[in-house]
Design a protein around this ligand. Structure first.
Ligand code: SGN
Ligand code: CA
Length: 566
């Protein structure tokens, strides 16, 4: 592939020289002179919850620590209040690349959407003389742009022996042997070795892990077999004070975490229903990719476990708790590989004298439910999925072991990278460079609220559309929209035959997935400081009128200023 990079380099050389020349016009020369522009290593895992990073201290993470990610936190700054603007993969990635909210970049739902004419921050960095690369899960409905090198998975990617497409050959996916997290790390290191060393680099390492179906690597599959993870406080939430969306979702561990696919119990295959067949096909899709050697190790863990489980005939709460335990065991075993990957990358930077001039960002594309409220998956504006982990190390600029409690959001990444590259932020970007926060002291002029908007309904997990605002203390959420099939007209691609959105919609329709179809329009309000688990919706309660009015005004202002159209 070195030859391929070189060929590509020649082809693009003229273009890039022109861009670099253009960038020179806007770049402060002093930065060049002092050689201050740092390398950027951005590591983003898919669905990595804060609860699964021991630096954040959750009870489950203490039983399954992440020493390498913690090392990064010890070297740098842990952001305790980092959020996304739409808790879903493609929208988060579109936001990262464009620095725009979903309705501004077009990527509202999971499949089609990105307006690929928008400038990606990678193009700006490339034009400013950075060597740019992305490795791993790309998950956008356009090919990577603004990258000198890419080596990306097909769509969601696979855990075992996955397929990748490389620079200039997007769409031409070829299988490689190994485990996704290891392969992505190998390719990241290959890029670091082969890059143009006269330039600073910006490398995005996007892990597929720990996305559903949480398939561990052979060497870690039994790592937590004997660990009993404590249940989160809200595991048995009955959604009593909330509106209907919290009850009509399809992401509860109890009802919607699949025994066959998600929990790897193929013995429970039920061929008589479409759901049963899908679940089995989903599991086999991953299992059948394995080599006989890989498969033997995986089977040697799950088969005896399943025999014991089936012999017990668990029902009711015992069955739900079994599902929870084995979900967390697999998820944490998948994280063990992610943590190892971070260790390998840190070691590479150390060995190659790159640590001092590299800013490292560790984050996820959103938060995730690890059993809180009885759930898995994400999507809601409730804390667990609205939050995302964020740890940044930047030697000499960020004090070791520091923490930031000011609210940041994924709209801030592009402005931060643009700022680090010595460029001015394009005016149309709503986010803010995080650099002022690096000094460690509270920044007075920082934002005091955030806007969030989720659009991906009706589809998997059936989470209703909502938008809202969060301040340091309160959160106001507006749930809205037509129910079931009637919502399709509200979405740009879902009703258009031939689109992936439409195919997905039809597949779900054929299994009668859209059981919830009330039109909704209601509010929820939480006092996050006194009720961090958001169990008490206080909207409309006596004494809340003033704050409701203030927050509604704040939300209306966001919607007006950002030209939100639904
Ligand atoms: C897949 C998953 C869903 C998940 C979405 C979005 N189902 O559709 O559980 O919510 O991706 O995830 S699966 O059967 O394919 O595993 S995201 O991280 O890409 O946004
Ligand atoms: Ca994700």
């Amino acid at each position: 592939y070195i030859t391929r990079i070189m060929m590509n380099n020649n082809r693009n050389q003229l273009n890039r020289s022109l861009l670099a020349f253009a960038a020179l016009q806007v770049m402060p020369l002093s930065l060049f002179a002092q050689g201050e522009r740092p390398n950027i290593l951005y590591i983003m895992c898919d669905d990595h919850a804060m609860q699964a990073i021991s630096a954040y201290g959750s009870p489950i993470s203490k039983l399954a620590p992440t020493p390498n990610i913690d090392r990064l936190a010890e070297r740098g700054m842990k952001f305790n209040e980092a959020f996304v603007e739409n808790s879903l993969s493609t929208p988060s990635r579109a936001c990262l690349m464009t620095g725009l909210y979903s309705h501004q970049n077009g990527q509202r739902q999971l499949a089609e959407g990105i307006d690929s004419t928008k400038t990606f921050f990678s193009e700006l960095l490339q034009g400013a003389g950075y060597s740019t690369a992305v490795v791993g899960k790309w998950h956008m409905s356009c090919s990577p742009k603004g990258f000198d090198y890419y080596h990306v998975l097909d769509d969601q990617g696979q855990y075992y022996n996955p397929t990748f497409a490389s620079t200039g050959q997007y769409g031409n996916f070829k299988q490689e042997m190994g485990y996704a997290t290891d392969l992505i790390t190998d390719h990241a290191i290959e890029y670091l070795n082969n890059r143009d060393k006269n330039k600073p680099f910006c490398l995005l390492v996007h892990h597929k892990a720990p996305h559903r179906l949480w398939m561990p690597n052979t060497k870690y599959v039994s790592k937590y077999a004997n660990v009993n993870f404590p249940l989160p406080e809200t595991f048995w939430d009955d959604y009593e004070t909330r509106g209907s969306a919290a009850s009509t979702q399809k992401m509860s561990i109890d009802k919607y975490m699949e025994m066959v696919r998600d929990l790897k119990v193929p013995e429970m295959y039920d061929p008589s229903t479409p759901e049963g067949r899908d679940s089995y096909a989903g599991l086999m899709g991953e299992m059948n990719r394995m080599t006989p050697q890989q498969r033997a190790i995986i089977d040697a863990y799950y088969m005896p476990r399943n025999r014991e489980f089936l012999s017990k005939n668990l029902t009711g709460k015992e069955l739900i708790e079994w599902k929870y335990q084995n979900y967390i065991r697999d998820y944490m075993a998948v994280i063990a590989s992610v943590d190892e990957s971070v260790g390998r990358l840190l070691e590479y930077l150390d060995k190659n004298n790159l640590t001092d001039n590299t800013i490292i960002v560790y984050t996820s594309d959103q938060g995730f439910y690890m059993g809180e409220h009885g759930w898995f998956d994400k999507r809601f504006m409730y804390e667990e999925s609205f939050h995302t982990p964020l740890i940044i190390s930047y030697p000499k600029h960020i004090k070791e072991g520091s923490e930031c409690n000011q609210m940041v959001q994924n709209i801030d990444f592009a402005p931060t990278f643009i700022d680090l590259a010595g460029l001015d932020k394009p005016k149309y970007m709503p986010g803010t460079s995080l650099q002022p926060l690096f000094a460690g002291a509270p920044v007075k002029k920082w934002r005091k609220s955030l806007y969030y908007h989720y659009y991906d309904y009706p589809t998997y997990h059936l989470v209703r559309k909502h938008d809202g605002v969060r301040t340091e203390r309160y959160k106001l959420i507006h749930f809205y929209g037509k129910g079931g099939e009637r919502a399709v007209v509200e979405n740009k691609y879902q009703g258009q035959p031939g689109t992936r959105e439409n195919n997905c919609f039809n597949a779900l329709k054929s299994i009668n997935y859209f059981t919830d179809d009330a039109d909704i329009d209601y509010w929820e309000l939480y006092d996050i400081k006194s009720d961090p688990n958001e169990l008490h919706n206080i909207y409309g309660k006596p004494g809340t009128q003033k704050i409701e009015k203030e927050l509604k005004k704040l939300l209306a202002n966001y919607r007006k200023n950002l030209k939100v159209d639904e």
